[in-house]
Design a protein. Structure first.
Ligand SMILES: [Zn+2]
Length: 410
């Protein structure tokens, strides 16, 4: 047992234990006999995974336990801990905030990125209360609107007085170690009559800070090509496959030229399913023309956790139903976000030296009906569920009525 900084967990039942911000214990563990899927190494097969002092040591067909703790994963799928690039966990403050451990860690997510729940005036509380104490990896985008996503039914950008570029730049400067970029939402109900100005304010802050911008689209008053033209390589178009006005398809269902250009310039097309932001029809039309999502993310929040999103493994199951291979789905759920985060080799992989963060999933077979944000359905034969999550070598199992609590596997 040791302690390392900025890691993920402390042993024991998370609800009854106190832990120091940014500190976590590390453990040894051998995960035995699971079907390992790690696209970062082009690895798929039944293997053992050895974690030593919180880090992956090796993967091999058979590793002798020699008295060390083991986790039986026979009949299970073993992947790197899932990385969710778009979710909301400023719980109890933002109306979107869900519980980080119950809704994400217990569902196999070991690295979670909050996308703009807090702005310059609320970020210090978000950081001290949620980001720093988390035992999993957490990062955030800073909302250009000073309060962040506070009030249900009142868009944070309806009044330009709430968008304070100088305050955002100053706040960002103090929290660079945990922030990934700026965030702005541009849907009609969020911006109302403020036109293109929220995007320009967010771009001003991003450019001053030289950091990426995540832009939320879907039913925007501005045309998508006009928005994309302003984005730079490394920026993120989130909710890229929505089914609302100003989407990636033209009226005849063809991928718009500006979208191909944006992808080629290195703008990430992030899924971010959410309540209103993912359409099977849009994704299928795009895929038929060769346009693939750049990354899978849930946009998990209070308004979609009881459907249509539920959790990350459910989202992965939808993509299996859409014809993606298991390897493709795992890659888009681990490696792609880790790469975007600049944390390749550290998370989203089971390469030797990576954090010992692992998702252990069950694949149920049957007949399942999946629903998108438009109320459309697709049928699929496979459903993934998290049965266990490993953080820094410690195995935790979801428990309780809704399987949203975690208990240590002894
Ligand atoms: Zn969101």
């Amino acid at each position: 047992m040791g302690i390392y900084k900025n890691g993920g967990f402390q042993s024991g039942d998370f609800q009854s234990r106190k832990f120091e911000p940014g500190e976590c214990a590390v453990s040894d563990l051998i995960i035995r006999g699971g079907y390992v899927v790690d696209p970062s190494q082009d690895l798929e097969g039944t293997m053992d995974v050895e974690i030593r002092a919180g880090r992956v040591r090796r993967i091999a067909p058979r590793i002798e336990p020699r008295g060390r703790p083991t986790l039986n994963a026979r009949g299970r799928i073993v992947t790197p801990g899932l990385v969710d690039l778009h979710c909301h966990f400023f719980e109890g403050v933002s109306h979107y905030g869900v519980n980080l451990e119950a809704s994400m860690l217990a569902r196999g997510v070991t690295a979670a990125v909050d996308t703009g729940s807090a702005g310059s005036q609320t970020f210090s509380t978000f950081r001290s209360g949620f980001l720093d104490p988390a035992r999993m990896t957490t990062r955030a985008f800073l909302n250009i609107s000073a309060g962040g996503l506070l009030i249900d039914g009142l868009g944070e950008n309806v009044d330009m007085r709430a968008l304070r570029v100088e305050d955002a730049v100053e706040c960002y400067g103090r929290n660079r170690d945990i922030l990934l970029g700026m965030k702005v939402r541009l849907s009609r109900n969020v911006v109302e009559r403020s036109g293109g100005r929220p995007l320009d304010a967010a771009l001003d802050a991003s450019k001053a800070l030289r950091v990426p911008l995540m832009v939320h689209v879907g039913d925007t008053p501005d045309s998508l090509p006009k928005i994309l033209k302003k984005l730079r390589p490394g920026d993120v178009l989130t909710h890229a496959f929505h089914g609302r006005a100003e989407g990636i398809l033209d009226r005849r269902g063809r991928v718009r030229r500006a979208v191909w250009e944006a992808r080629d310039r290195g703008i990430l097309l992030d899924v971010a399913h959410g309540r209103a932001s993912f359409s099977f029809d849009t994704l299928e039309a795009a895929m038929a023309q060769g346009l693939m999502p750049g990354n899978l993310s849930t946009d998990l929040h209070t308004h979609c956790i009881d459907g249509p999103v539920y959790d990350f493994p459910n989202l992965m199951s939808k993509f299996l139903a859409l014809g993606f291979s298991l390897g493709q789905v795992v890659r888009l759920s681990t490696q792609t976000a880790a790469a975007w985060l600049g944390m390749e080799g550290e998370i989203g992989t089971l390469r030797p030296g990576a954090r010992g963060d692992v998702a252990v999933l069950r694949m149920r077979e049957g007949r399942f009906r999946f629903t998108d944000s438009e109320g459309a359905h697709r049928r699929g034969g496979r459903m993934l569920e998290a049965v266990c999550v490993v953080l820094g070598g410690e195995a935790l199992r979801p428990s309780g009525k809704n399987r949203r609590r975690l208990r240590r596997v002894s």
